[in-house]
Design a protein around this ligand. Structure first.
Ligand code: HEM
Length: 496
């Protein structure tokens, strides 16, 4: 009898404690059983979330399927939480487990993540990030890209594939020591599959939160395709690794993979994420992680930038005027010129703000039960960052839906850095490729507009520069027309 009473008491206390914790979850909209709020996200989730944030505040929770997701809607809170270790987890969604096995920089957590993050940052730096050699590599790719444009002047073209190859090449040389040979059918296919994986309806999209549905209907939900898209590059990674192992010689490291092999061969601690087979698996996935994140993001940003320059010709003329004044027409633009080109930097900031290509950042998870600003985050809560909302907050920007680079220029003509612009997120797990991305963005943009004008195929059908569906906001497929800038005089001078 006493035992039953005691057991009942323990259960009651348990229920009270659980409820107490539940009560402290951040506020948010109620969804429906099983699906949670997913059916109400609408075609453009970034807009729906921005609207919800106005109602529920800066920390808001919602269920996506079985997953508890907390959205952080305020930039100061993002900065604060981005520094807290317990919120630096990144558990993969169930659907990706058959492929990823929790390996590689993007999905590693805790000690393993720290080890690979430190190693990656240092090795990429040693291999040329931020150095003159890197600048030379990018310049070569800009030259190749301009030759492509020259062969295609006066005829409307899709830019996506050529930009992508140009951006991938400089990255692949650093990672694997060779150009990414797009003529090779296997590599061409991989690029195609990667694009499909990260398209508007990507595997990381809504069905990722409904694993049971994906398993029940693998074809119609796109799950089979998603696995194929994410699996194919893995074979490339394994082949490249095998080739590197064959040619490897200590002290002769010439790329990122060689450096990692040295580290793996030197590691004797079985608990290390560099140890033997675990180390090799982490290497393959880390190379692929940098490949995906470093190519698609930069090429899409350039896609948005050329679309903006074509859609708002006056911004293009101002860019060209500045290029003419600071760089001229003879020499290739270099990174040394960047600090003197305020309008160009302001234009780049505005493209990053307006496109908000990664509208919710990349999810983090709580590694343990945790508290933040009085709210309870159960272990494994998913955290998403409402970067789109921050970049389009009317209270801060005034006219967020207008494309206006001047918002980043002070009245005295200097560049105005705005801490509400966070395309690379912030804190300990922010984007490690931010400076490479900015450097590539600058060199391609200025290298092309120095020599070419860009126009919409049909100015009457201006594409929507605003809202896009999905969890990765790529520029809409649109043909652009390039013409050579032959006259020395800039069009802005003529207009003005
Ligand atoms: C305009 C271009 C880019 C944008 C907007 C962008 C944005 C982001 C964002 C929002 C994150 C998530 C940060 C977090 O979880 O806290 C991220 C992570 C990451 N990015 Fe980028 N990125 C860009 C370019 C690049 C480039 C060029 C590289 C490669 C060199 C790169 C490599 C990575 C990696 C490896 C991570 C995962 C870091 C980790 O988990 O520790 N990104 N990026």
């Amino acid at each position: 009898m006493y035992f039953q009473l005691f057991a009942l008491l323990v259960i009651l206390i348990g229920i009270i404690l659980v409820n107490k914790k539940r009560r402290k979850l951040p506020p948010g909209p109620v969804g429906i059983p099983i699906l949670g709020y997913l059916p109400f996200l609408g075609k453009v989730p970034s807009l729906t979330v921005a609207e919800l944030a106005k109602k529920y505040g800066d920390i808001m929770s919602v269920y996506f399927g079985q997953y508890l997701v907390v959205f952080i809607n305020d930039v100061d809170l993002m900065k604060e939480i981005g520094k807290i270790d317990v919120f630096l987890g990144r558990n993969q969604l169930e659907l990706m487990k058959p492929i990823r096995e929790n390996c590689g920089l993007i999905f590693l957590e805790e000690k393993g993540w720290q080890e690979w993050r430190r190693f990656t940052l240092k090795s990429l730096k040693d291999m040329g990030f931020g150095k003159n050699s890197m600048e030379g590599l990018i310049q070569d790719q800009v030259e190749d890209f301009c030759s492509f444009l020259k062969r295609n002047v006066n005829s409307p073209i899709y830019l996506k594939d050529p930009i992508e190859v140009a951006v991938i090449n400089s990255l692949w040389i650093i990672l694997a020591g060779e150009k990414y040979d797009i003529e090779d059918p296997e590599k061409r296919e991989i690029l195609k599959l990667m694009n499909e994986a990260f398209s508007d309806q990507d595997i990381l999209g809504i069905t990722a939160f409904l694993p049971w549905l994906a398993r029940l209907f693998p074809v119609s939900t796109g799950y089979s395709k998603g696995l194929q898209c994410l699996g194919a590059p893995l074979n490339l990674g394994k082949t490249i690794l095998a080739q590197h192992k064959e040619k490897y010689g200590p002290g002769q490291e010439k790329d990122f993979i060689d450096l990692a092999l040295t580290k793996i061969y030197e590691t004797t601690d079985p608990a290390s994420s560099f140890y033997k087979d675990v180390g090799l698996k982490n290497l393959v996935f880390t190379v692929l992680d940098i490949f995906y994140t470093g190519s698609d993001t930069v090429s899409s940003t350039l896609g948005w930038a050329f679309l903006a320059a074509a859609s708002f010709p006056e911004t293009q003329w101002k860019l060209q005027k500045e290029i003419d004044e600071v760089v001229g027409r003879e020499k290739i633009p270099s990174l040394m010129d960047k600090s003197k080109m305020v309008y160009t930097e302001a234009f780049m900031f505005e493209v990053l703000r307006k496109s908000s290509m990664v509208p919710f950042g990349v999810m983090h998870t709580a590694l343990e039960d945790a508290e933040f600003h009085g709210f309870f985050f159960p272990k494994r809560t998913i955290l998403l960052w409402n970067l789109y909302g921050v970049h389009h907050d009317e209270k801060h920007w005034g006219d967020p839906h207008v494309f206006r680079p001047e918002r980043f220029i002070n009245p005295d003509g200097s560049l105005r850095k705005d801490d509400h612009l966070v395309p690379f997120f912030t804190g300990k797990r922010n984007c490690p490729g931010d400076s490479l991305a900015i450097n590539e963005f600058f060199m391609f943009l200025t290298g092309v507009l120095q020599r070419f004008n860009v126009e919409l195929e049909d100015p009457k059908t201006m594409p929507d520069f605003g809202q896009r569906p999905g969890f990765i906001l790529k520029p809409p497929a649109h043909k652009l027309m390039f013409t050579e800038r032959s006259a020395m005089k800039c069009r802005l001078d003529k207009a003005g």
